[in-house]
Design a protein around this ligand. Structure first.
Ligand code: ATP
Ligand code: LTN
Length: 329
């Protein structure tokens, strides 16, 4: 069995981008591999969060994991800050990283662009992500396309550690979907769909009611043509919608193109909305059940306990190799 780890930030409402880019693969991998899926609250605070909203979103994201089909008896589901070893290994990895390589991270450049004051946590964000992955010696990391560069850095840090302190960390591989690795914004196909976009019309939240989903899709930007054709370079908006369609209807891109051949955008968008609703409605029902039962707290406690055992073991080994004096009896 391979070890799989991934995380999602409780920094807003989860979107269809998170679902297609990451969560669908979480659900798939849990059947064959040993999985660790976290709500990464320590990462979320690298930009300012309202404390009450952070607490609510953390619980909401955890419940969405389960609602999306992650089985807590198959995968470990927990909150990053409940496993203290993450923060500690994060610090150790920060001392292995160089300023130059962190300055090159595009997520840092995007999130700090135009800001008067940028938190130091945002800068060292990737070293904590590296710790998240390396602490379980994960083989595979299911993420969307935007996380590829962070994964590359994680691999470099693992390799650097191994060279300095002896072969120890597994070099992890990204696991990225072929279609849907970068679901784009509904209002601007040059930007990825993001839960932190202030324009709520730009994303479909997993908890959007059916009528809101229909409205958002009917208003989604297309082009002045009428051909439902997958051509990301020349028809980025329509290609993005076709990708979403293919995922939600479980069809290939070619099948979607064929179905709407010669029909224009109207019927295509209408059906697309129904396919998205059909995927999200049952997920929302399960979500409501999980939230009202309160069972999520037990799931998170159990997940953190199991994960801590593995994480603590790694931390001791790493500290030993780096030359820390470990406490003795
Ligand atoms: P934010 O926009 O607030 O930075 P986010 O929406 O990117 O957050 P994350 O928690 O950072 O969400 O990402 C969780 C996972 O979802 C990551 O694996 C990320 O690659 C994936 N993901 C996020 N947005 C998209 C998208 N538009 N298309 C595909 N995958 C995505
Ligand atoms: N950086 C990721 C979230 C994240 C993560 C991780 C993903 C934190 N730790 C470990 C995979 C593995 C993001 O912004 N999407």
């Amino acid at each position: 069995m391979k070890k799989v780890l991934s995380g999602i930030q409780p920094s807003g409402q989860l979107t269809l981008g998170n679902y297609i880019g990451a969560m669908q693969n979480f659900v798939k991998l849990q059947h064959t591999e040993e999985c660790f899926f976290m709500v990464v609250d320590l990462h979320a605070i690298t930009v300012a969060q309202d404390p009450a909203a952070l607490r609510e979103q953390t619980e909401a994201v955890a419940a969405l994991f389960i609602a999306a089909g992650i089985d807590p008896n198959k995968a470990n589901v927990y909150v990053q800050s409940h496993v203290r070893a993450h923060a500690e290994l994060g610090w150790l990895m920060t001392t292995i990283a160089n300023m130059g390589e962190l300055e090159r991270m595009t997520q840092f450049k995007d999130k700090s662009a135009g800001k008067d004051s940028v938190g130091a946590g945002l800068f060292v964000y990737p070293t904590l992500m590296a710790a998240d992955i390396l602490i379980y010696n994960a083989d595979l990391v299911p993420v969307g396309d935007d996380q590829k560069q962070h994964l590359e850095l994680t691999r470099d840090l693992a390799h650097r550690f191994n060279t300095r302190f002896g072969q120890y960390f597994t070099i992890p591989e990204p696991y990225i979907p072929k279609v849907g690795a970068r679901v784009m914004s509904l209002d601007d196909a040059s930007k990825k769909m993001s839960k932190s976009n202030p324009n709520v019309g730009s994303f479909i939240a997993l908890l959007d009611p059916p009528d809101v989903i229909r409205k958002k899709i009917s208003r989604a930007t297309t082009d002045s043509g009428r051909e439902v054709k997958y051509d990301p370079a020349n028809k980025p908006e329509v290609s993005n919608l076709i990708g979403i369609y293919a995922h939600c209807a479980n069809m290939t891109i070619a099948e979607v193109e064929e179905r709407y051949d010669g029909q224009g955008y109207g019927p295509f968008k209408k059906d697309l909305a129904e396919h998205v609703v059909a995927v999200l409605e049952p997920l929302q029902e399960r979500y409501n059940e999980i939230r009202s039962s309160g069972e999520i707290h037990h799931i998170l406690k159990q997940g953190a306990e199991r994960a801590s055992i593995v994480a603590e073991r790694t931390l001791i080994e790493v500290k030993e190799r780096m030359g820390f004096l470990l406490p003795r009896e």
